[in-house]
Ligand binder design. Structure first.
Ligand SMILES: Cc1cc2nc3c(=O)[nH]c(=O)nc-3n(C[C@H](O)[C@H](O)[C@H](O)COP(=O)(O)OP(=O)(O)OC[C@H]3O[C@@H](n4cnc5c(N)ncnc54)[C@H](O)[C@@H]3O)c2cc1C
Length: 381
């Protein structure tokens, strides 16, 4: 199947021949080791014409629309190295979208170009420890005050994916004119990485970081977009970011299911192949039902985004369903593999299960989306 100018079979082949063989338990919570693997994979992806599928051709990308990129992201997601090898992994992928939409030409040249080329990495910092912003962004406590020609930022952020080794951070801070996005270089003396947070998911590119902004001075040209529009931009960012996560993580769940199917076809119990037992068959069927429904909801969202229609409601429904369905798939896959499904070294399944769990929390927890959706539907009753 060809999507735009990308043959999806080529993505699958790249993942099978290059990414999966390079997967290693040594990458767990080791952003440097991951970066080293990606430095070897990206030239191959470029050579094969698979690099940067989501970006416009003018920015060096392949210019795929949302429906076209759906199968590519899913295929790439079968390996945890796949999306980053194609440079379509979070947080760089949504950061590229923000820079493309809200960046000045100078910001695009300084930050977007090297990001798209894969020479640097980035992160996006919104979440704060209690009592700061979490599910409720209006609790934002990081501040930015005007200081001559520039701004001074003070605040505390955590669970910031990609922070370890990032060249810059897009940070959301409260100003007297409302929440605003700023671009902060990682070598700014007022910016520091307090620690790497070992979250449940082991393979995030650049890990997750806790960050401090202390009297962090930036010039006026560090504002990304318009002052006071930070929440609107964050919302615009979240809709495509959620869909992209759904697409990539579908590949991860499919990989777990592939491993489970291979296991039950080989393994026997009490004289029968596991694959011949009805309870096993039902679990496999339920996984495919969840995967199919996830794919259809994601594709519908992708089609609406290509048409330029709002996906505020659909992207939230899709995110809730897909994040929960993919976790069910990985959980069943682990169950089907028995002890092997609990091993971090001998099968990909256990780590995929860990990787999929936090998707029910980031990009909006399921409960928050359900509350918002419920209110929205009831309001129009
Ligand atoms: C692996 C991972 C990566 C992340 N990466 C980033 C990143 O790169 N950048 C960034 O800024 N943030 C990131 N986050 C943070 C993420 O966006 C927040 O965890 C999320 O917004 C929830 O905020 P919180 O953790 O403060 O939870 P809280 O707001 O404290 O909520 C806790 C729980 O309360 C419940 N709850 C909350 N509000 C409601 C409601 N209105 N109705 C019903 N129930 C509710 C939910 O069950 C929720 O899980 C990441 C988180 C994780 C786990």
């Amino acid at each position: 199947m060809t999507q735009g100018n990308v043959n999806v079979a080529h993505v699958r082949d790249f993942v099978d021949r290059h990414c999966i063989p390079m997967e290693s338990p040594a990458h767990v919570h080791d952003p440097e080791a991951m970066d080293a693997a990606l430095a070897r994979l990206r030239p191959v992806a470029r050579e094969l014409g698979l690099y940067l599928p989501q970006m416009p051709v003018a920015q060096g990308g392949l210019g795929l629309g949302w429906v076209e990129r759906a199968a590519v992201f899913e295929e790439a997601g079968r390996s945890y190295l796949g999306p980053a090898a194609l440079n379509c992994a979070a947080p760089d992928q949504p950061n590229m979208i923000s820079l493309l939409r809200q960046g000045t030409p100078a910001q695009q040249q300084r930050y977007l170009a090297p990001l798209a080329e894969g020479r640097i990495r980035s992160c996006f910092a919104m979440t704060e420890p209690a009592p700061g912003a979490g599910s409720d962004p209006s609790m934002l406590r990081t501040t930015a005050r005007r200081d001559g020609s520039g701004w001074v930022i003070d605040g505390h952020k955590w669970f910031i994916t990609g922070a370890i080794g990032a060249a810059f951070c897009i940070v959301l801070a409260q100003t007297e004119d409302g929440p605003t996005q700023f671009i902060v270089d990682a070598d700014n003396p007022g910016f520091s990485l307090v620690r790497a947070i070992k979250a449940i998911d082991p393979y995030a590119v650049g890990g997750h970081g806790e960050l401090r902004f202390r009297a962090c001075r930036v010039e006026g040209d560090a504002v990304l977009g318009e002052v006071g529009q930070g929440f609107a931009y964050a919302q615009q960012r979240l809709e495509p970011a959620r869909l992209s996560h759904c697409l990539r993580l579908m590949g991860r769940a499919r990989r777990a299911l592939e491993a489970a199917q291979a296991y039950v076809c080989e393994r026997s119990s009490f004289g029968d192949r596991l694959a011949d037992l009805q309870q096993v068959q039902a679990m496999v069927a339920d996984c495919h039902i969840d995967l199919h429904a996830s794919r259809l909801m994601s594709l519908d969202c992708a089609r609406r985004m290509d048409e330029g229609t709002s996906v505020k409601t659909e992207s939230a429904m899709t995110k809730v369903f897909v994040s929960e369905a993919l976790h069910r798939i990985a959980d069943r896959a682990a169950q089907l593999c028995g002890a092997l499904g609990m091993s971090e070294d001998d099968s990909p399944v256990a780590l995929i299960l860990r990787e999929l769990r936090p998707f029910r929390i980031y990009d909006g927890a399921s409960e928050l989306h359900r509350a918002t959706l419920g209110r929205r539907f009831l309001k129009s009753t």
